[in-house]
Design a protein around this ligand. Sequence first.
Ligand code: DC
Length: 216
Amino acid sequence: MTFIITIDGPSGAGKGTLARALAHHYNLALLDTGLLYRCVGVKALQSGIALDNQLRLAQIAQTLHPEDLTRYDLRTHEASDASSRVAVFHDVREALLDFQREFAENPPAGFQGSILDGRDTGTVICPHARVKFYITAQVEIRAKRRFKELQARGIQSIYSVVLKDMKERDLRDSQRTEAPLRAAADALTLDTSMLSPEEVLKKAIAFVEMRRSTER
Ligand code: DC
């Protein structure tokens, strides 16, 4: 069975940072699943498709290509907002499910397994993943991190707006009926509010090793 790690949690909690570090440490193929929803949102905006047109959004989701994930415009405010709006639709999520499972089960040659980060990777996409994490942090701290990240990318933004957007997205992501944001029962929850990326990685590696040793 493919070795799979999943990392769920709200945005700005440090999922991506941990995912990249673990991917490097264990030589795992990495999929940032949020990019799929961002692609659907951005493509819809670009083609003038309404963000509540489930049918057309699902068509976009069905025809995504891996190259779409490398678009330069997936991290803007508009992309963030659009992604969480399109993510509420069952047909969109269903269309993206196969892409994600295929990636998880069949990582490209040369990798020891796969790692997926996103809102529902441990609860819905890969419920049988060997190791699951739920990464969270206080919303103000997550907003500050996202604000700094946007600044570093040269994207103009205002902290209070980033915080407001994040609260709105948290609400939408956790209250939607389709795959709401929550921790899987067998996930290790880490609150990164007061932890450095190195401390988070250390705790995560200890958990992976513990899981592996109990399976041998
Ligand atoms: O992690 P992110 O900020 O790039 O995700 C963008 C949006 O996509 C987020 O608001 C919710 C949605 N999403 C999701 O519903 N399920 C996932 N596995 C990943 C992202």
